[in-house]
Design a protein around this ligand. Structure first.
Ligand SMILES: Cc1cc2nc3c(=O)[nH]c(=O)nc-3n(C[C@H](O)[C@H](O)[C@H](O)COP(=O)(O)O)c2cc1C
Length: 212
């Protein structure tokens, strides 16, 4: 295969993709093409992983009963989270829409198979959590690939991690990473919803860069 050349025009488009990626909670219900989805998942599986262990496991949730169970689990966790806030924060939190579990036409729960034999444990002896980081890398690729097709992804972490493996009937050793709601967004925007709602602004990169 010929080595590709990435020029400025490509980089500018890549910047657009990164700036216009969003966490989406408001979905249209029209379906997402299966080939498109497959392409995005294929690319996600090209992600880096410790020891090339490829520990990502994607569980596509299609059963209406299971979706209902997830909604109930989300609502229970969200109520507990709301109880941690007081005053203005509590009022604002209660107004936020923090998942598109009812509307998103595609839903995928993501796990890390932290005990996989693939990769023969290379690199994860010192940092077992590197397997989980590998799965997050794959999710990030999936997120960007989907956005490149104008499809949105919403990451739902307001779910009970310890119950997810049994709820989705997968091996109990798999670690829950996140539940992904996928579908066409109601709107495309370059501004995160939590910024728009006044919950948390995005801060300049310099604030996060240290030198020693
Ligand atoms: C690990 C992770 C978990 C998240 N969990 C949730 C969630 O449960 N509900 C939600 O509304 N957004 C969730 N988000 C999305 C963030 O709120 C969002 O990324 C952030 O506000 C910045 O917005 P943007 O992604 O549109 O730039 C999660 C994001 C990440 C990376």
């Amino acid at each position: 295969m010929k080595t590709p050349v990435f020029n400025k025009e490509f980089r500018d488009r890549l910047h657009d993709l990164l700036v216009w990626r969003r966490d989406v909670r408001r979905f249209r219900t029209d379906p997402v093409d299966e080939e498109l989805l497959s392409d995005c998942l294929q690319m996600a599986c090209r992600g880096p992983s410790v020891g090339n262990s490829q520990p990502w496991r994607f569980v596509r949730v299609t059963s209406p009963d299971t979706k209902d169970e997830l909604i109930r689990a989300f609502e229970a966790e969200n109520e507990k989270a709301l109880a941690d806030y007081e005053g203005e924060d509590a009022a604002l939190y209660a107004r936020l829409k923090l998942a598109g579990l009812r509307e998103a036409p595609v839903q995928i729960s993501v796990f890390a198979n932290v005990e996989t034999a693939i990769g023969k444990g290379l690199g994860s002896r010192t940092m077992p959590e590197a397997k989980m980081y590998s799965v997050v890398s794959a999710v990030q690729i999936l997120w960007l690939m989907l956005r490149s097709y104008d499809v949105g992804l919403g990451w739902v972490s307001i779910l009970p991690p310890d119950r997810m493996a049994s709820l989705l009937e997968v091996d109990s050793s798999w670690v829950f990473i996140g539940h992904l709601c996928i579908g066409y967004p109601e709107e495309q925007t370059d501004t995160p919803e939590l910024v728009k709602e006044g919950w948390q602004d995005r801060l300049p990169m310099e604030k996060f860069l240290l030198e020693r």
